[in-house]
Design a protein around this ligand. Sequence first.
Ligand code: KG4
Length: 330
Amino acid sequence: MKDIITLGIESSCDETSVAVIKNGREVLSNIIDTQIKIHEKFGGVVPEIASRNHIEAISRVTKMALEEAKITFDNIDAVTPTYGPGLVGALLVGLSYAKGLSYAINKPLVGVNHIEGHIAANYITYKDLKPPFLCMMTSGGNTQIVYVKDYCKFEVLGKTRDDAIGEAFDKVARVIGLGYPGGPKVDKLALNGKPTIELPKVHTDNLDFSFSGIKTAVINLHHKNPDINKEDLCRSFEETVTEMLMGKVKKAIEQTGIKTIALAGGVSANCFIRKEFSELEKTGIKVYMPDLKLCTDNAAMIGAAGYYRFLNGDISDLSLNAVPNLKLGE
Ligand code: KG4
């Protein structure tokens, strides 16, 4: 069978990334131009600045991706950009570039849901992984347990009612003075801390999450006692949110009887969450976790998800618009 090459394009937040993917699983190139340094001084992503930097980077990053993969536009079978969810201005840069490119080189355009991309990061790391499986999706904008019925068929079993887990990590980090992006910094401090501080856990009857309570509790604790041991606070926060995640993951496994689960999204780079997730293996559950470099935003995962959408015949037309609050399964 002829190889299928997808050109993944990602610009939903503060990473401009372009990747060349073979048959949905093999990364020929994955260039990531991150704006972290630019947004760091503001303590978070400034949408307008993100859009401007995507504009500046997109052509250069695409050229680098083609060069590294040693291909030309002629070799591409489909142009597959993220069209949501994300920051609307940022999304529009990658999507408009992709639409122009698709028209100019006369290759199909396939819009990709960013969340599907995170899930597909697992297909790159594990060549044998096939649906059905459960996926614990943990990122800066989303926290949901997804039943991946097929490559392009998803059911959300539970989701956060307020903050995403990554958002909670970032806000905790900001208030205790660690800066942006907070997740990796909290993770690092937590390594030397002890889980000595009791924090509230929200219990819901179903598979939904809530992280705003614990986030506010950490913020209040720090305001009342600015000298609180930050390492212990980070460790206590990390262990408590992990416990909340694992509780729901186990419930989802029990309810569905599905014994294969994947992790996905930026927060799946967290050491403690990865460790607790691997523990599930001891109970006969098959666990998949993407390579660390594929956990946070990148275009390889978008090219992988785009490949399966392309096979599914989901060709977009040039009227495709950015959808900032795009849901899975839409
Ligand atoms: O998936 P991602 O790159 O962007 C979205 O699609 O939202 O996720 C970014 C989030 C940020 O909130 C960041 O703080 C968090 O992932 N993150 C982590 C770690 N690495 C990144 N959170 C906890 N521990 C980490 N090691």
